[in-house]
Design a protein around this ligand. Structure first.
Ligand SMILES: [Zn+2]
Length: 433
């Protein structure tokens, strides 16, 4: 059998990528909620198969984040062994280093990092605009009692400036000035060559004023139209490459009317899917997904950008999310925070020094089947790279399996019970995440 890494679907010499190589197929729809609350109990949750030129993704699916075309300290082969179906990299970081031309010459992101499966890139908008204020935290935040000082890091130099055409920013890597726009982002993402890309959008925080949010949604729509046009031009021009799907991103912060308006705008354009992005207050994260799904054709897959916690994942799946990326498992793992079905704990606590059991009893990951808490604790304290490797493998496996289990619960007709039991158990001890 020929590998999709060497011969992606729908790529033929001398021809533009075949768009039919990308599609979404619904398998099971989540039945209406028994309590009939909210939208008469109607729910958008579903399982399905996302077909891409580099393979299929069973959804709902967790998308591990390989920021710089690498999972820090973990090889793609190990991610495959941990059950990962796809990976997401960062267009902004790859543009900075090694540069999109290197990935293009290598035959695209998947081939460059030896990942025989589907890949995503985000547009770079989030990273570029994060330079603007040095956000401490932007997604799914609890803003109760917060002031703008709590969100915008103190003393941080402003590195990005938005205008009608795009964003000018200073590289945090070498201080040089760069510019991102809809066309530049599309050109970079085409050269990086992921199966799924995102339109360039403006990210706002919940601290921006209502009138700024309104202007920003309109600006994002104008950028979205330019992204679609540039994407069509590049698809027609870059012959012999597999088709790359483009998702439009819905912004609008925590305003229902703005989210609905933005969703209608994005739905009116010829995108392959939708990204649910921007700052969302945790308490309305599920509602936000549902407002957006109200406007979207069912055939368009929905990606929730930068999800933060286990309860957020359930809320988003229930309300229509298909794929979810999250940096938390790797980032937390490197600090010793371990996710388990009974909540999160830190393996560097003194009590684990002589604990020769696994990170999580019953876990099927490579770490838990071969190594002990005492060893992982030792490696992390000694700042040995293997500690990052072992902790990351376990945490990524936790989220991959969580989404696999959620998918099985929707197909098997027991989602509500599974959700209740999982959340009760995970948060019983006041666990974060
Ligand atoms: Zn494990």
């Amino acid at each position: 059998m020929t590998s999709l890494l060497e011969h992606p679907r729908g790529a033929e010499p001398g021809k533009p990528g075949d768009r039919s190589a990308f599609s979404f197929e619904t398998i099971t729809r989540l039945p209406d909620a028994a309590d009939g609350k909210g939208r008469g109990g109607a729910r958008y949750g579903r399982t399905g198969i996302l077909h891409t030129p580099h393979g299929d993704i069973r959804t709902p699916a967790f998308v591990p984040v390989a920021t710089q075309a690498a999972m820090k300290a973990v090889l793609p082969e190990s991610m495959r062994q941990a059950g990962a179906q796809c990976l997401l990299s960062n267009a902004f970081h790859l543009f900075e280093r090694p540069g999109e031309d290197v990935l293009d010459a290598a035959g695209g992101l998947a081939k460059f990092m030896n990942w025989d499966g589907p890949t995503f890139t985000d547009s770079g908008g989030f990273q570029v605009l994060s330079l603007g204020a040095g956000f401490k935290k932007t997604l799914a935040m609890d803003v109760t009692g917060m002031k703008s000082d709590d969100v915008i890091a103190k003393g941080k130099e402003r590195l990005a400036f938005v205008d009608e055409d795009g964003v000018t920013f200073k590289s945090p890597l070498n201080g040089s000035m760069h510019r991102f726009s809809a066309e530049i982002s599309m050109c970079i993402q085409h050269k990086i060559g992921a199966d799924i890309m995102f339109a360039f959008d403006e990210l706002t925080t919940l601290m921006n004023t209502r009138s700024y949010q309104e202007d920003s949604v309109e600006r994002t729509f104008r950028w979205a139209k330019r992204c679609v046009a540039e994407h069509e031009r590049l698809t027609a021009e870059r012959l012999g490459k597999p088709y790359q799907a483009l998702y439009g991103v819905v912004q609008g912060a925590n305003y229902e009317d703005l989210r609905r308006h933005a969703a209608e705008q994005i739905a009116s354009l010829d995108f392959d899917g939708v990204g649910i992005g921007g700052a969302i207050e945790k308490r309305i994260i599920g509602d936000t997904c549902a407002w957006i799904c109200d406007a979207m054709p069912e055939s368009r897959p929905r990606h929730v950008l930068g999800i933060a916690a286990v309860d957020d994942i359930f809320a988003c799946v229930e309300n229509g999310g298909d794929t979810f990326d999250c940096v938390a498992p790797a980032r937390c793992g490197r600090n010793g925070a371990i996710f388990t079905r009974d909540g999160r704990y830190n393996v560097k606590r003194a009590e684990f020094k002589f604990d020769f059991g696994p990170l999580e009893e019953g876990c099927d990951c490579y770490t838990c089947t071969h190594y002990s808490r005492a060893y992982v604790d030792h490696l992390l304290r000694a700042r040995e790279f293997d500690g990052f490797t072992l902790a990351t493998i376990h945490n990524e496996r936790f989220f991959i399996r969580l989404l696999d289990d959620i998918r099985a619960s929707i197909d098997g007709g027991y989602f509500d019970e599974f959700k209740r039991e999982t959340l009760e158990r995970f948060y019983r001890n006041g666990s974060k995440g």
